[in-house]
Design a protein around this ligand. Structure first.
Ligand code: 3PG
Length: 407
């Protein structure tokens, strides 16, 4: 049964969201895009008369040894307050995410009411995909709705084991994300232009390898491009690169005509943008400098290619866009995609979302994925445990399955 057809009236819905939002040095939410993305689903459930129990993680609390510090820094309480402001509805908060005290709160809830439980990762069982923890969560609900595509690459209790405990449904946003990304892999309008920038080099190299067989143009920037330039001997700091990445680059056919690398870059010794900035070819970047943006020649070439696109996929800014002096490349590329006639425009990853929000261009895209790692793993052809738990097969699943041995 689909989410839209399910009768939620009076049902206790465990709604898994990804409220793992960026926090500033004071612990304040610096970007609430992930909260905003959950609003329509929460409104829908409210209107349908569900008792809404939202579950999420925030950060990596198990890495903070001091329990008090952990609770103070990574509590979901302020997230509940922000959610309440965005919804203009009361959002109850429970300091516990399992046990009698939460069960008592849930028992008193009426259809349409909303409760947010404390950070799931405060409990070790979450990351261990513990069935025991999933059962403790399961006691609070009648049905489990997964609306957290961006966590689907984690085999955690609230993503995988919980689906064994309760009937489960894919949330509408998760479903949309799955369908858009699947379309990108299977039958995108052509030409398909893929632009990969930003960091997370290892995952990006996997995606580049995968898109070599799918995309018509592959425009590269950021750390993955630097790694490739370095492997080709076109950027002088190759001695600093991890051996694993160099090995991965060897698996990519660098002579493929689809691959475009920066022709010119903005290099500087100072990432604040206050020092001397040189526009130069990558090979002439000095060892005391770093690359902080693509240069104007590269922007022109990439813009011309994007203008021909019928589908665009973009993951990762092309420069340090947070610093004005290095924001030109990312802004121009974002504008080129926004203006293009492409009928399918997808973008994803935390930094790309932040750039699009900064330039006020989120509405010019068909879909923006909130997922970083999950989106990249999916596009690289991996099966995601959170999706498998919902019975959603990767579009390339059959080719991923290990072949039976013929004896
Ligand atoms: C993300 O931000 O990509 C998801 O919330 C997953 O978070 P994690 O990388 O801490 O598991």
């Amino acid at each position: 049964m689909s989410f839209q057809d399910f009768n939620f009236f009076g049902k206790r819905v465990l709604l898994r969201c990804d409220f793992n939002v960026p926090l500033d040095s004071q612990g304040k939410i610096s970007d609430d895009f992930r909260l905003q993305r959950a609003l329509s689903t929460i409104f829908f459930l409210r209107k349908a008369g569900a008792i809404i129990i939202i579950i999420s993680h925030l950060g990596e609390p198990q890495d903070i040894k001091n329990k008090r510090k952990r609770k103070k820094q990574l509590t979901l309480k302020p997230i509940g307050q922000r959610l309440s402001c965005l919804l203009r509805e009361k959002v109850l908060f429970s300091k516990k995410n399992k046990g009698r005290s939460v069960q008592r709160i849930v028992k008193k809830m009426k259809p349409g009411e909303i409760l947010l439980l404390e950070n799931l990762r405060f409990d070790k069982g979450e990351e261990q995909n513990s069935l025991k923890f999933a059962k403790q969560l399961g006691r609070l609900g009648d049905v489990f709705v997964n609306e957290a595509f961006s966590v689907c690459h984690r085999a955690h209790a609230s993503m995988a084991a919980l689906a064994q405990v309760l009937p489960c449904l894919a949330g509408p946003e998760l479903d949309k994300e799955f369908n858009f990304l699947s379309q990108m892999l299977q039958n995108p309008p052509r030409p398909l232009v893929v632009l990969i920038g930003g960091n997370k080099t290892e995952s990006k190299l996997q995606v580049i390898k995968r898109f070599l067989t799918i995309a018509d143009y592959l425009l590269l920037a950021g750390e993955a491009a630097n790694t490739i330039l370095s492997a080709k001997g076109l950027w002088p700091s190759h001695s600093l690169l991890p051996a694993k990445e160099i090995e991965m680059v060897k698996e990519i056919n660098l002579t493929d005509q689809k691959i475009y690398l920066p022709l010119d870059v903005l290099a500087s010794c100072d990432q604040s943008g206050q020092g001397i900035i040189r526009q130069t070819g990558p090979a002439a970047v000095r060892l005391d400098e770093d690359i902080f943006d693509i240069g104007p020649e590269t922007v022109n070439v990439y813009q011309e290619i994007i203008a021909q696109a019928r589908a665009v996929f973009w993951a990762g800014p092309v420069g340090l866009f947070e610093v004005e002096a290095f924001s030109h490349g990312t802004r121009e590329i974002a504008l080129a995609i926004a203006k293009s006639q492409a009928s399918l425009k997808l973008a994803g990853g935390g930094e790309t979302v932040a750039a699009l929000r900064k330039f006020n261009l989120t509405n010019d895209f068909s879909f923006i994925s909130t997922g970083g790692g999950a989106m990249l793993n999916f596009l690289a052809g991996e099966k995601l445990p959170g999706l498998s738990a919902l019975g959603l097969c990767h579009p390339e699943a059959s080719s991923n399955e290990p072949k039976d041995l013929v004896v």
